[in-house]
Design a protein around this ligand. Sequence first.
Ligand SMILES: *Cc1c(COP(=O)(O)O)cnc(C)c1O
Length: 420
Amino acid sequence: MHNFTYKNRELYAEEVPVKKIIEKTGTPLYIYSHKTLLTHLNAYREAFDGYPHIICFALKANPNTSILRILSKAGSGADVVSGGELFLAKKSGIPSQKIVYAGVGKTEEEIAYALKNRILMFNVESSDELMAINKVAGRLKVKAPIALRVNPDIDAKTHPYISTGLKKHKFGIPIDEALEHYKLASRLPNIKILGIHKHIGSQITKTTPFVDALKKVLAFTDELKSLGITIEYLDMGGGLGISYSEEDEPPHPRDLARAVLPILKKHKVTLIIEPGRSITGNAGILVTKVLYLKKGHDKEFVIVDAGMNDLIRPSIYGAYHNIIPVLKKNRNKVLSDIVGPICESGDFLAKDRKIERPSQGELLAVMGAGAYGFSMSSNYNARRRAAEVLVKGKEFFVIRERQTYNDLVRGEKVPDFLKG
Ligand SMILES: *Cc1c(COP(=O)(O)O)cnc(C)c1O
């Protein structure tokens, strides 16, 4: 579901014509819908209503602080994977007691920062990390609340780069070794065992992998209980997919809740859910301008002003994004590659796509770009990072300015001998 629709053949973001926004900001531009963001968050809240839970939005999907404020005001917590993300979560008013911290490579500095902020818990991914947290907590004279991230060896049946729950992955602790890790944690003086965590991957389009993984984790928590280790929080991670094309229809949060709540009911745990993509993915589009058309060998190249530095998902995951004209004209369709200006053959937004032949200067909208879009963008080819706009009803707000050329050298230092 989203709020980018045609009215009289013209694309609108909620009640604002996309073209009107572009006249003010230029391209490439990310546009987000306030209404879609809230609809998606509330879908989770309603689905899990009645069962104790915390929704911790996975910041890495979209860490713009205006977006975080919207989600925070609507009750969301945060799943962070770095000190920087923790900083952004705090800055956006997300309460520490709704923040969980995952990631295989937390530094001591980041651990101390999180302890000082009294986050809900660390999702710990190795025994070395557990020891490091114990050490830093001892130094700060606090007890560190932790969950161990277990790897349930469940195939999420998604793209290999965004699958995380198999034995071969770097994430988490293999579930058959987790008992030893919990025993170790229970012996460490500055560690407080609070929960258990798993996250098996992203863009998951069936509920079965969630159910299978949860069953394994719950069976394991029963085992822990018999050893006197109680689990208060069960963090089931994120990963629910979204629809990138008209054909696929991934489960709604309601379907996820219906699948997992019956299994959870008899366990007295607070559930943590960490959705990222399913909150912001379809709440954002990337608008780009057609610069040139060029005849290739067997197809046309549509050269646009957004590249892989703005949206890298097609390049690294072969991800599909629907691309539609901002002004519909009903023209003949041609087989095209929609490519960016970057000096890489991997720089494309779409391959072998049948689209209406656009004209020079025309605007195209890349749909489903609200998650892992701007957040994975870079300055490659010294391209300035795009601006971001939030639409709310009839109004729109620039929530991040387009970078300037001076931003490209911010932080650089030139040694004296090179000056002048
Ligand atoms: C990336 C990630 C998420 C969010 O995944 P989505 O597919 O965007 O919902 C949640 N938890 C952890 C630990 C992650 O690494």
